[in-house]
Write a protein that binds this ligand. Structure first.
Ligand code: OXD
Ligand code: MN
Length: 585
């Protein structure tokens, strides 16, 4: 399929190591994919769902010990330990190749090796990058078909270039003790073994598009970020784009596919989804930042997705979708999960494949069960989804789950102030889960598990990018999760978040004033539109308060977090922290 010598060498080396019985190059043709689906059906790796209700949809159940990303077994393997930094797990590359090479050795004996050429970003776009994933899993092949662009056209676009990521995956024996997700940023290489879970094995996603790409971006002058991208269309038909970073379980997919409140719909507002998880961002010729979504599909968390919470996501899963670890409704051969509706199926199997009694109190779907759905299925997918140069960003938004500290929205004073805001991002665990409200996990730019190098250098890269952008987007922080004294969310969230985005875009266009606070610019309460909402302006005032005592505590947490980076922390962030402290005094 190619004469690219480096590609051929990578495949030959992988064959020599894994010793498969057979090698199949994935061409991207539907007939080949259909053959593979048939084979996976015959072995039980996937189950065909009701063709009338869920055409071309499949159910896959993973091993019960293999249901999530494994941060503890995820490593950055670069020569110098300091280049991985204090947040990442580090392994010496030689040690990693040798130790994990032993696990790969012969791991595909008697099995077929699939060679998947894939592109992150539209094939041929100057923003895009190619990868080759080698795997022994048909589930990976058919999932990569949804999540990326695959096949011969990728190799044709790559030509003789050596600029591709080498991804090697084997399920091996699924031994959790020997599970490793290794990244060799200096070699453009990813090794993943003993897992079949999407986040560990769909190597285009977290491994390439975030960990390896963040390292490439630092060296090549662009950014790989854990961000959704959405477009807000106003009644005049103008679309402005926002990229937003939130840690897991803070509603990225919901925001990306937001349904405007009725009032806004009537006025003519629309929201378009460009991406729900990853953004690759470059400086355009016009001096603005331009972003693409390098992915081709959504790997979304199923539980909680409903016609109420996110109809666009649910509708995206109605065809051509693979469901993993959800409930199998045996009466009509469809799927179900907690939070889909109030009618759990009576005759059903749970995510472990056991008969499930919906009255037992046990969950039927795994909390991290997923749908893998093509982006083009989404009713609100942006017309610019495939645009080779992406979309221009008006605003960058950071956010987390904070009960008290962060106001509903605030704007940073400038770019470096915005980098500071991103660097101090944090999310709180909930009382229900831990028994203690306010256990803060620092998750800068929502990239804690995904920066492929030293996070201090990642901060420096952000600062440095600021010097290259003539027309900088404005940077904001939002918090949909402020609670009252009884622990109830104050802000309605979901579609009503558009009211906050409206203020953000008005700020970007200098159409609205703001008030100074120690942490940045706050909206005037009357500038957040509450028309049609069941809350008063006093509630908005409450949502916008910045409690000094809370922030003095917050500063202590930031200082502690920053301390681990030592001298590598950019002086600009130390200055921003000093400014904040001064303003709080
Ligand atoms: C994640 C995901 O874990 O997107 O962040 O799956
Ligand atoms: Mn994610």
């Amino acid at each position: 399929m190619t004469t690219n010598k480096q590609v051929l060498k990578f495949v030959d080396d992988s064959i020599a190591l894994c010793k498969p019985e057979k090698v199949v190059w994935i061409t991207g043709e539907e007939s080949q994919l259909e053959e593979l689906r048939q084979e996976a059906l015959s072995t039980g790796e996937i189950i065909k769902l009701n063709e009338d209700l869920l055409p071309n949809c499949y159910l896959h159940l993973s091993d019960v010990n293999d249901v999530a990303r494994v941060e503890g077994r995820t490593f950055i393997c670069c020569k110098d330990k300091d280049d991985a930094g204090p947040i990442n797990n580090w392994m010496d590359p030689q040690e990693a190749y040798s130790k994990v090479g032993e696990i790969f050795d012969g791991s595909m004996k008697g099995k077929t090796m699939y060679v998947i050429p894939f592109s992150m970003g539209a094939v041929g776009s100057p923003f895009s990058k190619a990868g080759i994933e080698i795997t022994d899993s048909i589930y990976v092949v058919i999932s990569m078909k949804i999540m990326t662009r695959i096949g011969k056209s990728v190799l044709d676009a790559l030509g003789d270039s050596n600029d591709f990521v080498r991804g090697l995956h084997s399920k091996a024996t699924l031994d959790a003790e020997k599970r490793y997700i290794l990244h060799f940023p200096e070699d453009n290489t990813i090794w993943s073994v003993n897992s079949g879970y999407g986040g560990n094995v769909l190597l285009g996603k977290k491994c390439f598009a975030l960990r390896i790409a963040s390292y490439q971006g630092k060296n090549e002058g662009w950014m790989a970020e854990h961000m959704l991208i959405l477009g807000v269309e106003n009644p005049q038909g103008e679309v402005k784009y926002i990229a937003a970073a939130f840690p897991s379980a803070c509603g990225k997919t919901n925001l990306a596919m937001l349904i405007p409140p009725e009032l806004y719909q009537k006025k003519g507002y629309k929201v378009w989804c460009v991406g729900d998880d990853i953004a690759w961002i470059r400086v355009g010729k016009d001096g603005r930042l331009w972003a693409i979504n390098p992915e081709n599909g959504f790997f979304g968390v199923a539980p909680g997705t409903s016609m109420k919470s996110n109809p666009n996501a649910l509708l995206a899963t109605k065809k051509d979708t693979i469901f993993t670890n959800v409930v199998h409704n045996l009466d009509n051969n469809t799927v179900w999960w907690e939070g889909m509706d109030k009618n759990p199926p009576k005759n059903a199997k749970n995510w472990k494949g056991e008969m499930w009694d919906c009255t037992s109190g046990e969950k039927g779907a795994h909390p991290n069960s997923r749908f893998t759905a093509p982006a083009i299925n989404c009713p609100c997918i942006s017309s610019e989804f495939e645009a080779p140069m992406g979309v221009p960003l008006s605003a960058i938004v950071f956010g987390g789950r904070r009960a008290k500290t962060a106001p509903l929205v605030y704007q940073s004073r400038d770019w470096n102030g915005g980098v500071f805001v991103g660097s101090i991002m944090a999310s709180e665990t909930t009382a229900a889960a831990t028994g203690a409200v306010g256990v803060v996990r620092r998750d800068p730019m929502a990239m804690r598990p995904f920066v492929g190098y030293n996070m201090a250098d990642y901060f420096a890269h952000w600062i440095n990018m600021g010097t290259k952008i003539a027309n900088k987007p404005k940077i904001f922080n939002v918090n949909w999760f402020r609670t009252d004294d009884e622990g109830h969310f104050i802000w309605p969230g979901f579609g009503d978040n558009l009211r906050v985005l409206e203020w953000i875009l008005a700020r970007c266009e200098d159409k609205v004033d703001a008030v100074e606070s120690p942490i940045g610019f706050l909206p005037k309460a009357e500038d957040i539109n509450i028309e049609g909402l069941d809350i008063t302006i006093d509630t908005i005032k409450e949502l916008l308060t910045v409690d000094k005592a809370n922030w003095v505590e917050e500063v202590k947490g930031i200082e502690e977090f920053y301390a681990q980076f030592g001298d590598r922390l950019p002086k600009e962030l130390k200055e921003e922290l000093a400014k904040l402290k001064a303003k709080l005094n």
